[in-house]
Design a protein around this ligand. Structure first.
Ligand code: URA
Length: 230
């Protein structure tokens, strides 16, 4: 967004007034006097007007080990949300990058950097998400080809992209998806009338859930982890 638009929205003034303020050198952007109405700022630019901070937030990236029974949302009337579990003071500005169902667990990312999360979730990016799935009935080789070939979902009128399924034990599989349709894994096993008993996300884009994190715990991403997913 341009600085003149930001200021006029923020202070409910017209852009001509902003031009005057810029000429009077009353606005600082990231510590530097601003003098150009065309200067572009983003959600993390520090904006100071007459010594008063109008905007100052830094990008935050968090991984959580989501427990079962907690909603992937910022607010919910009925259940505890993942944001309720955070200790971070700026948690109100965070959003979730790729939800998990109420009864799913594992790696969940939260951020206030919408450009980063949008890029990460772009369908063309085909970011792999790996899940460990426990089902109610024994698995067979037929699952592997059915998941790979894709399944037609009538409601969305789409065919799922090739998914990799590896049989780990009689009732446990590892499933890799490059998309995230509503209840996708449960619906795919549902085609075999095989109920999902447990669903745990192990990684996103090669980033593994930190084994040190107990269910409900979280930590900031490291610089190299942020870069890995950028
Ligand atoms: N697929 C599901 O069915 N649920 C999840 O939480 C994630 C993938």
């Amino acid at each position: 967004m341009r600085i003149d638009r930001f200021m006029s929205l923020h202070l409910a003034i017209n852009r001509r007034d902003v031009k005057l303020m810029l000429a009077q050198k009353r606005i600082l952007i990231d510590g530097v006097v601003a003098d150009d109405t065309l200067q572009v700022i983003d959600e993390f630019s520090r904006i100071v007007f007459d010594g008063q901070v109008l905007q100052a937030s830094s990008p935050t990236y968090i991984m959580m080990n989501k427990p079962v029974g907690v909603v992937s949302a910022t607010k919910d009337e009925q259940h505890k949300t993942v944001v309720d579990l955070l200790e971070y003071t700026e948690s109100a500005s965070l959003h979730i990058v790729g939800r998990l169902d109420l009864n799913s667990s594992g790696l969940l990312l939260l951020t206030n950097d919408s450009r980063w999360s949008r890029k990460l979730m772009k369908p063309e990016k085909k970011v792999s998400k790996v899940y460990r799935v426990t089902v109610g009935k024994p698995l067979t080789e037929a699952y592997i080809s059915a998941f790979y070939e894709g399944m037609y979902f009538e409601y969305e009128d789409i065919t799922t992209r090739p998914a990799r399924l590896t049989i780990i034990s009689e009732q446990v599989a590892e499933v890799t998806l490059v998309e995230g349709r509503y209840h996708q894994i449960k619906r795919m096993f549902g085609r075999f009338r095989n109920p999902v008993l447990a669903l745990h996300r192990e990684s996103i884009g090669g980033l593994l859930l930190d084994p040190e994190l107990a269910p409900g715990e979280s930590r900031p991403l490291k610089t190299e982890e942020i870069r890995q997913l950028s």
